[in-house]
Design a protein around this ligand. Structure first.
Ligand SMILES: Nc1ncnc2c1ncn2[C@@H]1O[C@H](COP(=O)(O)OP(=O)(O)O)[C@@H](O)[C@H]1O
Ligand SMILES: [Mg+2]
Length: 298
């Protein structure tokens, strides 16, 4: 079952492209990262999913509910962090959460206590006095405090320092263990690489790739540098199909590997190895490949 399913979802702002013909599927229990640069259409997608704006074409189902018919009902089961937070500035964090809590959904106050401790968040100060990062924390608390089945978070870690970003990852782990679903947007690769099961890449309003983080990494290349006691013959590595390239420099061989490492490792182990270093290609490089257009629709 899908927590989010869109069909041909399309939104223009007048003549300006918002998102174009999105077919998006997010499985239940997944953490889905929605990745793209500024202006790509992330916030537009999220507002469509929250039924805050209507599509010009297409449709979306959230938690099995058709947004055309049951948008309000769907929203009750979603924890939402908007991209531009506008909180009630005169209230303190506590007062705001109390107010939101009284809007009809039950709040787990023990959970609020846990969250405010996790994020080292002072709920007694008026929101207007808070830094951007501290406002963001209150935004996060209100999104998570109902224990929603689905969280839709628009650039959740913006303004959070590294320690708090780590706390956020911890929270995602917890939500995932409970089998709940998270859809988060980001332009930060490191973040989605660490936290997401699957990522969708949006570019100029179009979804250009959806792939599991695992298989993205599989698809792409690793560099392994091996220093041999004495240089083996190049033919020794013939027939290992996932060796894409070998650059021998004296006794040091640089291998470029796609996918499985094991066959290559077994082969090099037949020779005396003095040293071995490997570096994974980061998701950032992978992402850049998508953006350079080479891997588009691959
Ligand atoms: N209210 C609006 N009026 C006109 N254009 C808009 C509006 N909101 C967004 N856009 C345009 O839609 C495109 C997608 O924006 P947005 O969804 O905010 O992207 P992202 O969140 O990925 O940065 C951008 O080109 C942006 O300028
Ligand atoms: Mg945005």
């Amino acid at each position: 079952m899908f927590a989010i399913e869109t069909e041909n979802l399309t939104k223009y702002y007048g003549k300006h492209r918002g998102v174009v013909s999105l077919f998006l599927q997010v499985k239940e229990g997944q953490i889905f990262g929605y990745l793209g640069p500024n202006g790509a259409g992330k916030t537009t997608t999220i507002r469509l999913l929250m039924n805050l704006i209507g599509p010009m074409d297409g449709n979306a189902k959230v938690l099995g509910l058709d947004l055309n018919k049951s948008g309000l009902e769907a929203r009750r089961h979603i924890g939402y962090l908007p991209g531009e937070l506008s909180l009630y500035e005169d209230l303190t964090g506590k007062e705001l959460l109390n107010y939101l809590g009284n809007l009809g959904r039950s709040v787990d106050w023990a959970l609020v206590a846990y969250l405010s401790e996790l994020f080292e968040c002072d709920l007694t100060r008026p929101i207007r006095e808070l830094s951007r990062g501290n406002k963001q924390k209150i935004g996060l608390i209100q999104a998570f405090m109902h224990k929603p089945d689905l969280l839709i978070l628009d650039e959740p870690t913006i303004g959070l320092d590294p320690l708090m970003q780590h706390a956020f990852l911890e929270l995602l782990e917890r939500v995932k263990k409970e089998g709940r679903t998270v859809f988060l947007s980001s332009h930060n690769l490191g973040e989605v690489e660490k936290s997401c099961d699957e990522i969708g890449i949006i570019r100029e309003g179009k979804l250009v790739a959806v792939e599991s983080v695992e298989s993205l990494k599989q698809k792409f290349l690793k560099h392994i540098e091996v220093e041999f006691k004495s240089a083996p013959p190049l033919e020794a590595f013939a027939g290992i199909t996932n060796i894409i390239d070998i650059k021998p420099k004296g006794t040091v061989f640089e291998f470029v590997i796609q996918g499985e490492l094991d066959p290559m490792l077994k082969r090099i182990a037949e020779f005396e190895v003095e040293n071995l270093t490997s570096h994974d290609i980061s998701l950032e490089d992978i992402f850049m490949d998508y953006y350079s257009g080479e891997m588009e629709n691959a």
